[in-house]
Design a protein around this ligand. Structure first.
Ligand SMILES: [Zn+2]
Length: 339
């Protein structure tokens, strides 16, 4: 190769690399536009003190959680107002028999018309004054309703995770904060994101919960809001989300470290618009546990390729245990850092 050829060759490679980078960035922004919730500068935060490690890892039955994923997915596409959506509502309710369950039902006004929305909230009391909320949406993408899209990772994995968390919380007296599990509805946008910004047409269910709790005073008692979304990917890499509360992300990171799962957390920074934003904007500390890289370049996200074969029970186990360990750390962090 001559010098001139080499020069043009390097130039071509450089140009292609730049093009590829640009496209990645653009795609990420188009998919989930960043929200206006800048994280405080790392340097200005006081160092966190964690309570001592309190022993063996919490139990989480990953095989049972995986069975729930498969059962949910079996209903087929579960968009708002569909018969399958009703089936998954009934399915979640049936697994919470005997628990204290609140149904938050309302009508959402969306660009596709008016739709019934059904948030399901299961409450497990603790001895401490305050609530830890753990949320997952359970609806599937509406614009894809006429395809074979079943949202194994996006919707089913985290909904199943919460059902297994309910099994771990049920019938035990919690020496810590109350834990409320929220299966929120109508999280997905109604219009394709090429037609309407995600934040103007999504999060209908969880926004309603946040508004309601603000009005009735519940919101003041919420110490932390942990969100699970797209956590079943067999190639699990949970993002460090810049739209979440830095100290609560640190708690999640500490929990992962204590369980030996730190290699699956925070190798990548992201800025994700997700169900936590209605709570973030109302001053509640939030952490979004999301792996927003589902297949190379997020290629399986919101496509009929989002199927169970891409998931693994190990990923459910990692995120489930980290959720439980995070709760345990929060219970014993006294006082919690300022919001
Ligand atoms: Zn989605």
């Amino acid at each position: 190769m001559t010098g001139a050829k080499l020069f043009w060759w390097i130039l071509l490679v450089l140009a292609l690399t730049l093009l590829a980078c640009d496209r990645d960035k653009e795609t990420a922004q188009n998919q989930l536009p960043p929200a206006a919730a800048p994280a405080p500068a790392e340097a200005t935060r006081p160092p966190l003190t964690f309570p001592p490690d309190s022993g063996p890892a919490p139990a989480f039955d990953a095989d049972r959680a995986m069975k729930y994923v498969k059962e949910i997915v079996k209903f087929g596409p579960r968009p708002l107002a569909s018969a399958n959506h009703k089936k998954v509502e009934d399915y979640i309710d049936s697994r919470l028999k005997g628990d204290q369950v609140e149904d938050d039902i309302f009508t959402a006004d969306t660009p596709e018309g008016k739709f019934p929305v059904h948030n399901i909230i299961a409450k497990y009391p603790g001895t401490k004054d305050g609530i830890i909320v753990i949320a997952s949406h359970y609806d599937t993408n509406y614009p894809l309703r006429k395809t074979s899209y079943i949202g194994a990772n996006d919707g089913a994995s985290s909904s199943a995770l919460l059902l297994e968390l309910a099994n771990q919380l049920r019938g035990k007296s919690r020496d810590g904060y109350s834990v409320w599990l929220v299966w929120d509805d109508a999280e997905e946008a109604m219009k394709p994101d090429t037609e309407m910004p995600f934040m103007d047409d999504s999060l209908y269910g969880i926004e309603h919960v946040a508004q309601k709790w603000q009005a009735d005073g519940t919101l003041k008692k919420v110490k932390a809001f942990l969100l699970a979304d797209m956590i079943g990917d067999a190639d699990l890499n949970i993002d460090r989300d810049q739209n979440s509360t830095p100290w609560l992300e640190d708690v999640v990171g500490e929990a992962a470290k204590r369980l030996g799962y730190q290699s699956h957390f925070f190798a990548r920074d992201n800025q994700v618009s997700d169900d936590h934003l209605p709570f973030m904007k109302r001053g509640v500390p939030c952490a979004d546990l999301i792996d927003f890289s589902y297949g190379y370049n997020n290629v399986f996200w919101h496509t009929p390729q989002d199927t169970v074969d891409k998931l693994s029970p190990q990923s459910l186990e990692i995120v489930g245990s980290v959720m439980l360990e995070s709760m345990r750390i929060l219970d014993r962090m006294d006082p919690l850092p300022p919001k």
